[in-house]
Design a protein around this ligand. Structure first.
Ligand SMILES: Nc1ncnc2c1ncn2[C@@H]1O[C@H](COP(=O)(O)OP(=O)(O)OP(=O)(O)O)[C@@H](O)[C@H]1O
Length: 227
């Protein structure tokens, strides 16, 4: 039996005093690829934020990569995030430094010290996303798709058990979206668990996976035909 990476039991998620999602019960096992879909404002980002400790769970129980989301303290959040790779729609690369230094910045911030090991790790993650030769480029010298590849490489730096991707193709054209999806697909095939919020139905049809839908304050699994 694959181990459980995420488990939510009757969870309620609020934005300020507004209830966004209620009675959320679900389980994600190691190695799964799971989509989270839903209309604008249905709570996809709120759901993802809960998973990386940006929104608390007000009721119910939740655990993610061995962290208890209910009892998670502010000081635990950096440690939780080291076990997660987070990818956003808008890449969030630092504009004032090249790609190698963007990646080195994250390694140093997460406790890496040995320069040789850092360089080797950077080369490894850049290779995984097909960007090995682009380390000396600045973010503005790369296309959107290339920047997202770098953001995925950055998410891989600390060998996360789970990758959370919130609309990773939201700023990309359809062809580039497919390329990014192939990168994520590859990473998943190498054993990593991925949860990806998206409203890109073309991608879901092309790469079918378990799909959770946010609708009417609920999260439930949908089968492909019903999407
Ligand atoms: N920081 C915030 N403060 C208060 N309310 C918020 C905040 N962020 C989101 N909301 C509200 O929470 C609800 C869910 O928003 P959320 O961003 O989770 O939806 P979404 O499904 O990710 O939408 P989209 O597809 O547009 O990104 C919306 O009604 C939104 O207005």
């Amino acid at each position: 039996m694959p181990e459980t990476i995420l488990k939510l039991q009757d969870v309620a998620i609020f934005q300020k005093e507004n209830l966004i999602l209620n009675h959320v019960t679900l389980e994600v096992k190691k190695g799964e690829f799971v989509y989270v879909i839903g209309k604008t404002g249905s709570g996809k980002s709120s759901f993802m934020k809960t998973l990386y400790g940006d929104l608390p769970i007000n009721s119910g129980e939740g655990s993610i990569v061995d962290f208890n989301l209910k009892t998670l303290k502010e000081k635990d959040i950096p440690y939780l995030r080291r076990k997660l790779g987070i990818v956003f729609q808008d890449f969030k690369l630092l504009p004032d430094r090249n790609i190698n230094n963007n990646l080195k910045f994250v390694l140093k911030a997460t406790g890496w010290k040995d320069s040789v090991k850092m360089d080797a790790k950077i080369e490894e993650v850049l290779s995984k996303v097909g960007m090995k030769t682009k380390g000396f480029k600045f973010p503005h010298e790369l296309s959107g798709g290339e920047q997202q590849r770098i953001a995925i490489a950055r998410a891989l730096l600390n060998d996360p058990e789970l990758i959370l991707a919130d609309e990773p193709t939201g700023n990309l054209d359809p062809q580039t979206s497919v390329e990014i999806m192939k990168v994520l697909q590859d990473i998943n095939e190498n054993g990593r668990t991925i949860i990806m919020a998206t409203h890109d139905y073309a991608l879901i049809l092309k790469y079918p996976h378990k799909t959770l839908k946010c609708d009417n304050s609920k999260v439930f699994e949908v089968i492909q035909k019903a999407i």
